[in-house]
Design a protein around this ligand. Structure first.
Ligand code: SIN
Length: 293
């Protein structure tokens, strides 16, 4: 296998491509460069089909994008250590064994979000591998946040230039309140989470994109509450329109790498009687950078 044998084929949707001719267990630096370039060029989503590799190999591949994050703290308040020997591995699963969930996020729908944007320094990339998949349900949608910016009316672009957003840390992507956080906050200033610019510049492509994170209790500190809600609702409705989104229907062995700096994602609910298990790794990022006006 050489870098010239890798074929990159667009999904035909508003973002994403497939990389064919890849074996994750033996990737040369040249091959990695082809994959990395394709990931950036296809707006932050790259699917590599047919990767039946152990979690160790997935983590080693993810680590080529940068330093790995430790598994995040779950809604139950503990660090989700699924394999004590692999502290960077996150398991996404609805499977319950001996009365205990073996992974996070269950069978619920997860709402549009960017991973851990409520942190000051959110992860730049997430890598997900399908180990067990249901017959139906559990598809993962991706939204192109470059295009979300590029297709905004000029007046809206001018209005949001320089605004920031407080990203809500109290809930996970399936809407569960994390242990130690409140369900209701009396004053919006009390909502925990990081404040980031709404329009960011991608540090590797130099392109502008919207950075919305997650909706729940998010707000724009520069605007009164009603105005902030109306503007955020309009931006969210715009960014998640069908023409800006593409859905991954999982096949066994699919590995998808997405760029949290210029995409959002969500997941369809699935039948709790079906089994779904995916291995995930997260790559550390940098503080989101405000776009120049
Ligand atoms: C995630 O949000 O990281 C999980 C997505 C999925 O379960 O498809």
């Amino acid at each position: 296998m050489s870098k010239d044998e890798i074929r990159i084929v667009s999904t035909g949707g508003p973002l994403g491509a497939d990389a064919w001719g890849v074996a994750l267990e033996r990737i040369s630096d040249d091959e990695f460069e082809v994959l990395h370039r394709a990931w950036l060029d296809h707006d932050g989503v790259l699917r590599i089909p047919g990767q039946f590799v152990p979690a160790e190999t997935l983590l080693a591949f993810a680590a080529r994008f940068g330093e790995l994050d430790l598994a995040p703290v779950s809604a139950q308040g503990d660090r989700a250590l699924y394999r004590p020997d692999l502290p960077h591995l996150v398991v996404i699963s609805n499977i319950v064994e001996n009365g205990k969930a073996i992974g996070g996020l269950g069978s619920y729908e997860s709402k549009w979000h960017t991973d851990m944007s409520y942190n000051e320094v959110p992860p730049k990339a997430s890598v997900l591998q399908a180990v067990e998949i249901p017959v139906k349900g559990g598809d993962t949608g991706y939204a192109n946040m470059y295009r979300a910016w590029e297709t905004l009316p000029e007046a809206t672009r001018r209005r949001i230039a320089g605004l920031t957003c407080k990203h809500d840390a109290s809930r996970n992507s399936v809407g569960e309140v994390r242990r130690g956080f409140k369900t209701v906050y009396e004053r919006r200033e009390e909502v925990p989470g990081a404040v980031h610019p709404i329009v960011c510049t991608h540090p590797e492509t130099g392109r502008k994109c919207l950075y919305l994170g997650r909706r729940d209790l998010a707000f724009i500190p520069q605007l009164p509450p009603a105005e902030s809600d109306a503007l955020l609702d309009a931006l969210w409705a715009h960014a998640t329109r069908d023409e800006l989104t593409w859905y991954q229907r999982w096949r066994l062995g699919d590995v998808v790498i997405w760029d949290n700096r210029c995409t959002m994602h969500r997941r369809d609910a699935l039948d709790p009687n079906e089994r779904r298990l995916l291995n995930r790794a997260q790559v550390k990022g940098e503080r989101p950078m405000a776009a120049a006006a």
